[in-house]
Structures are given as C-alpha cells and as structure tokens.
Design a binder for this molecule. Sequence first.
Ligand SMILES: C[S@@+](CC[C@H](N)C(=O)[O-])C[C@H]1O[C@@H](n2cnc3c(N)ncnc32)[C@H](O)[C@@H]1O
Length: 300
Amino acid sequence: MNHNTDLAHISVMPNEVVEQLGFAPAGVFVDGTTGCRAGHAKAILSRLPQASQVICMDRDPEAIKSCQSVLAEFTGRYTAVNRGYEELASVIAELGITDVSGVNLDLGVSSDQLSSERGFSFRLGQPLDMRFNPEGGDLSAAEVIANIDQKELAKQLWELAEVPAAERLAKRMKEASRQGLMETTDDLVAVCNEVLGPRIRKISSATLPFQALRIMVNRELERLDSFLESAPGLLAKGGRIAILSFHSVEDRMVKFAFRRLAETGDFKMPFRKAMKPSREEILSNRRSRSAKLRVLERCN
Ligand SMILES: C[S@@+](CC[C@H](N)C(=O)[O-])C[C@H]1O[C@@H](n2cnc3c(N)ncnc32)[C@H](O)[C@@H]1O
C-alpha cells in the first residue's frame, strides 16, 4: 500500500469517539473499521483504561497488515481480524467472548486506500477494481458494471450519489463495458467526461460515479444493515456503539435503526441530533466536513 505521507489518513472526530465510548463499562472493545493507520483503535487503546482488550477488524487485508505495525506497542491487548463488522457476532463467538462494551465504526474509504492501486481514485490509471477485500467474494467494479442491468445501474448511481443524467451515464457505461472499454479507472473517467462534461458543481464529474460504484462493489449498505441488525444485541449493559458516517444514505440508516431500538426501551440515544466535527477540525482535515457521529447505548 502507498504510504505517501501527503495522503496519510487523518482520523475523524477521535476525541468525540473516545469520549462517547468512555461512558461504557470495562471490558472488550471493538474497532470495526480499523484502517491502515488504526487512528481510532490507537486512541481507544491509549486513552480508555477500561478497554482491557480491543478487537481490530477490517475487511481489507492490507489494512490489517499495516495496522499491526502502528499498534505494536499494544501487543497483547489487541487482536487484529481480517473480517467485516457485519460478522461481529461470529467473530466474538469464535474468540470466546460473550458481550462487548464498546464498538466504533468509521464508515467508508481511507485516504490510504484512495492512494492505493486498487482503482478507488479516478486520479490514477488503475484497474477498475475497488474491492476492500479482493479475496472476499465480491465482484470488481468492472465486473459489477458488466453484470448489472442498465436500469438498475442508473437507479443505483442516482440513489447512492445523486449522479445527474444517471440514465445516460448508465447506458454509456454498459456500452463501453460490452466493447471491452470499461476495464480501468481511465475508461470510467472518459465515459463520465463524455456524458457529464469534466465537472459537476466544481468537482470532477467522475467523483460521484466512483463513490456510487465503490458502495455497490463492497455492498456497503447491505453490510451496514446486517451490522445494525446484529451488533446492538451483543452489547453488555451500559455498552455503546459509536458510528461515524459521511454519506446521507448511511447516516439515515443509522439514525432510523438507533431510533427504532431506543423505542423498545432496551436502548437509548445519549443525544438525538448527530454530533458534527468542530470548525477547527474541518479546517485542518477537509475530509471531516461531512462527518456525523451517532451513538447508541444499551440500558437493559
Ligand atoms: C475511514 S477508514 C477507517 C480509518 C480509521 N478509523 C482511522 O481512524 O485510522 C474505513 C475502513 O473501513 C474498512 N471497511 C469498509 N467496509 C468494512 C466492513 N464491512 N467491515 C470492516 N471494515 C470495513 C475499510 O477497508 C477502511 O479501512
């Protein structure tokens, strides 16, 4: 993985995440999206005395490899697991753990992944892949485009990233794919430029289609949905889940799932409105600007 420090991933709202998890009881904590630089996991390990053990999960095998050198000083207190957060229930059962005190998710892609050679970024001429885990059974972005129905592709481009002219773009993407011209990031950028022009609202016209495709390739919404269904029941009494999202569809999923759980009386949301990064954080880390943090606590 490219570890160009200019593109180093900066953790978003680490203080707020640690503060919120700090209300949870002592026990096992989980960072469900550890990432290459393990920013949140490191903050939890160094600043939360009640985190006796931290399970560091990530679907990306490269991230799991890299995070272990970052976390070397905590050897013995963490377990790195190359699995998805949607599998948390089976992972803790395999480790012989019955419940967890705190779980953190930081959704999406890291800056390290954007600068890797797996086609996440349109700035690099790479194979059109975009899989967090190339061995995880998902299709690559080029294969997704080849296999998906044109109408469904248009629908997803619109629903996941509000891509303008989604129907025309989907039609051209399918044509290019049939002609063997949808194999690299450059191929997709060329089609986006042709259909949408070079820019949409000041950003490159390829940005939104790339985002939608990454979410489709990694089935990010399905996996988040499975997590929201299964993880709250794994919390110890007083245990907390903190989720950082950067995308309105994901934030809505988290908000509605947490509200539904709070209505049962077994859980509560310590605050109703999503917490946002401070002005200072947004100025020093642009990627944080769309972050929303939501927290759920188990009460019974
Ligand atoms: C924004 S990065 C995390 C950065 C990290 N929190 C930090 O502060 O350094 C998101 C990570 O989530 C991982 N990821 C995406 N989907 C996942 C899933 N279903 N299960 C586990 N990890 C996932 C990605 O591979 C990526 O490394």
